[in-house]
Ligand binder design. Structure first.
Ligand code: HEM
Length: 114
């Protein structure tokens, strides 16, 4: 993928993160509290600790997925493009290849969620 193009388009941001950080599901599972809450959406890891009280759907629902995969919940709630863009702010890294649920060459990008 053309990196310059990717950097201009935030929806493609995750495709071109240089020096990607791989985060295992085990590591994610340690971040499962109100003050330290990570979730996984489409094999990407997000630290939503500072977003809990801002979430329009409430913090309780996010906490249900603290330290876990929330892909189906996120998708089935029909989040808007605004929500998908918001994810980028909380990006930590992505799951190692052997722990991913979704299979796509190059991995999933935010654009795949819209
Ligand atoms: C970092 C992850 C998330 C972000 C950035 C996020 C963001 C948002 C945003 C911006 C809205 C307002 C409506 C919209 O624009 O779509 C929303 C609504 C909502 N979200 Fe999330 N969300 C996240 C994760 C989740 C998860 C894992 C669930 C679990 C089911 C969830 C459940 C909901 C619900 C039920 C609403 C609707 C609230 C209402 O209209 O009363 N969200 N979210």
């Amino acid at each position: 993928m053309d990196q310059t193009k990717s950097l201009r388009n935030p929806l493609l941001f995750n495709e071109c993160v240089i020096n990607k950080r791989y985060v295992s599901l085990e590591e994610v599972s340690f971040h499962d509290t109100i003050g330290d809450c990570w979730i996984v959406i489409y094999d990407h890891v997000y630290d939503v600790s500072t977003f809990l009280d801002e979430h329009p759907g409430g913090r309780e629902i996010l906490l249900e997925y603290a330290g876990r995969d929330a892909s189906c919940a996120f998708r089935s709630t029909g989040h808007s493009k605004v929500a998908i863009y918001a994810l980028k702010r909380y990006y930590v890294g992505e799951l190692p290849i052997e722990e991913r649920i979704f299979r796509k060459v190059g991995g999933y990008a935010l654009i795949d969620l819209s």
